[in-house]
Design a protein around this ligand. Structure first.
Ligand code: IMP
Length: 202
């Protein structure tokens, strides 16, 4: 079955395609470029669920086909849950007025590391909410992974905050682990497991 993934993030697209390839599901992910949607998708909600819905709704309104979107946040205990739903734009204020307006992954990582400087509580978690439009109805699926924030970057795989997030039970950050392992245990991987389970139900 075909399912459109409402994302312009090519890292997420790659991860989810790989996850589904190894999960023996019959889901074929279709990208936004394949359906001719070439704009940005607005993301103005204040919760992961609201943003996931907004992204999926935008694409459902565009094509009326089954589709899903993911919204993800990194929550850091010592920062009272920041950056959370603002994970993509965390360093935006710092970048404003500088050469670029949108923060890079490195800008966001640097801000997290500087805010955590000297703090011993490094506990954090990633949360993902997937919103699925399936036969015109909306369904939600969630995934979470706990871990800690390292004191410096390690590894070059993945994207976003991966180089500073070490999942519980592992010595490596997500950016040091093979994608197959990240996908097995990650926030997004677990949310996709729930999606697949739902779509496999008779
Ligand atoms: P969004 O779901 O597109 O709003 O993602 C928010 C931000 O969270 C992204 O820009 C990344 O910086 C970060 N992020 C999302 N997923 C991951 C992940 O799997 N690993 C590391 N960072 C992520």
């Amino acid at each position: 079955m075909e399912l459109i993934f409402a994302t312009n993030n090519l890292h997420k697209l790659h991860e989810v395609k790989e996850k589904l390839r190894l999960s023996n599901s019959n889901i074929q992910v279709v990208s936004l470029s394949e359906i001719g949607f070439l704009q940005d998708i607005p993301e103005t909600g204040t919760t992961l669920q609201a943003n996931a819905l907004q992204k999926a709704q935008t694409i459902y309104d565009f094509c009326g086909k089954n589709c899903f979107a993911d919204d993800t946040g990194l929550e850091i205990e010592a920062l009272n849950g920041e950056p959370g739903v603002y994970s993509a734009r965390y360093a935006e204020m710092i970048c404003r007025g500088v050469a670029r307006n949108a923060p890079t992954f490195d800008d966001n990582i640097s801000l997290v590391l500087s805010k955590l400087h000297g703090k011993t509580n490094r506990k954090a978690c990633f949360k993902t909410v997937i919103a699925l439009f399936w036969n015109g109805k909306i369904h939600y699926f969630e995934g979470r992974i706990d871990g800690e924030i390292t004191t410096e970057k390690h590894g070059v795989e993945g994207f976003g905050y991966d180089p500073i997030f070490r999942p519980d039970g592992y010595q490596e950050t997500f950016a040091e682990l093979p994608l197959e392992i990240k996908n097995r245990i990650s926030h997004r991987g677990r949310a996709v497991d729930e999606l697949v389970k739902f779509l496999s139900e008779p």
